[in-house]
Design a protein around this ligand. Structure first.
Ligand code: NAD
Length: 383
């Protein structure tokens, strides 16, 4: 008998429940078409968790995540809700950071895909878009300068000698801030393996981003990635300095397949790359943890937030959430062909001219503006 995949579905706040509803609709269609079995259990998180159980990540929700094969997440946070709640208890920290830590999610994968039909949504001129942009940014998520110690702001004194007053010494009080960028060989190795494995499922090219001309971290990063590459002879490796990478993303984004980045460079470049897709509503993301058996535990969510401005109005684009299910099937469940089928169904709905408000322009005469539910229906039907 085939395995039943256990999925914790945490919709969260704002548009979360609406887009999650469409993603589950698509997963149910996938079950039928591919004779798969998903046990999907929904649980509150974010403000929904605070309302239901007094905590952004209720104990029961965390317990459900622990007994699941993957977490399908919506988004959390409502900026206008109760400003008196301390930062550490607000959903963005209490739920998201806690889950990242709890499950050791060290790899963040952000695919950025701009289908030809949505060329108008991209800020680049059409001739820079080639046959469509298709990049996967693989970002290390738990190391580097965001976490390295020491990390502090401290007082310090500057001795200033004033010559014309007979070498009087003044002590000037100032502050200094210290962040530490640190990576170990195993940390670089494991994220490099994620990038090479991902490239092997795509176009077999990894561009590793560093600043080896200035940073010690960059030199070690380059050495370790080069060594790991030897285990993947079919995947081509190139190295690029981060400043050049930022420029190349604007000039010739079609040259990239997988971009492998340390934490801070990945944070910045993945947002830059995301802008190429035109709308946050199109962008899924995966955070992967340690592999248990053949399966990698993962956390799958749209790149955007709770979009309070459009929540509850059937306006949100459900594609990012639906594409997150495709990433879950690909990276946690090893169901590559099924993941491809979901992505193809999204492509079909786009090719049919269906557009939610964020990707609609009246200039596209064949396009039709639809709501969240209609887009979900069309994608489920396209399967
Ligand atoms: P946002 O991503 O929610 O919205 C930014 C803009 O993008 C808005 O105009 C919104 O309407 C639009 N947008 C986002 N997703 C869309 C979709 N699926 N379809 C159509 N349009 C979409 O960012 P924000 O407004 O800065 O943040 C709102 C809240 O979300 C904040 O509380 C923030 O902390 C939280 N947030 C949560 C996550 C997460 O849970 N991972 C990520 C980012 C922001």
């Amino acid at each position: 008998m085939s395995k039943t995949f256990k999925i914790a579905a945490l919709a969260g706040d704002g548009i979360g429940p609406e887009v999650m509803h469409e993603a589950i609709k698509v997963l149910r269609a996938v079950e039928k078409k591919f004779s798969l079995s998903f046990q999907i259990t929904e649980a509150p998180v974010g403000w929904a968790g605070i309302d239901a159980a007094g905590k952004a990540l209720p104990d029961a929700t965390l317990a459900l995540c622990k007994e699941s094969d993957a977490i399908l997440f919506g988004s959390v946070g409502l900026p206008d809700r109760d400003p008196t709640i301390p930062k550490e208890e607000r959903p963005e920290r209490a739920a998201l950071l806690r889950i990242r830590k709890e499950f050791g999610l060290f790899a963040n994968l952000r695919p950025v895909k701009l289908p030809k039909a949505l060329a108008h949504a991209c800020p680049l001129r059409p001739e820079r878009q080639g046959d469509g942009i298709d990049i996967l940014v693989v970002r290390e998520l738990t190391g580097g300068i965001y976490f390295g110690q020491p990390k502090k702001t401290e007082n310090y004194s500057i001795d200033e000698t004033q010559a014309d007053e007979g070498a009087t010494i003044f002590i000037k009080r100032a502050q200094r801030a210290i962040d530490t960028m640190v990576y170990t060989t195993p940390e670089i190795e494991r994220i490099a393996h994620v990038a090479f494995k991902a490239a092997a499922l795509r176009r077999n090219k990894v561009t590793s981003i560093d600043k080896a001309n200035v940073l010690e971290n960059g030199v070690l990063w380059r050495e370790v990635v080069t060594k790991v590459a030897r285990q993947y002879p079919h995947v081509a490796l190139e190295h690029m300095f981060v400043d050049n990478a930022a420029m190349q993303l604007m000039l010739r984004p079609t040259q990239f397949d997988v971009m492998l980045c340390e934490n801070m460079f990945g944070d910045i470049l993945s947002d830059e790359a995301a802008a190429l897709a035109g709308s946050l509503g199109m962008l899924p993301s995966a955070s992967l943890g340690l592999t248990s058996g053949v399966h990698t535990f993962g956390f799958f969510e749209p790149a955007g937030g709770t979009a309070p401005d459009i929540a509850g109005k059937n306006l949100a684009n459900p594609i990012a959430q639906i594409l997150s299910t495709a990433l879950m099937l690909r990276y946690s469940f090893d169901l590559e062909a099924t993941a491809d089928a979901i992505e193809a169904a999204v492509g079909k709905a786009i090719a049919q001219g269906l557009r939610t408000g964020d990707i609609f322009t009246p200039a596209e005469t064949n396009a039709k503006q639809v709501g969240t539910r209609e887009m979900g229906d069309a994608i489920a039907a396209a399967l």
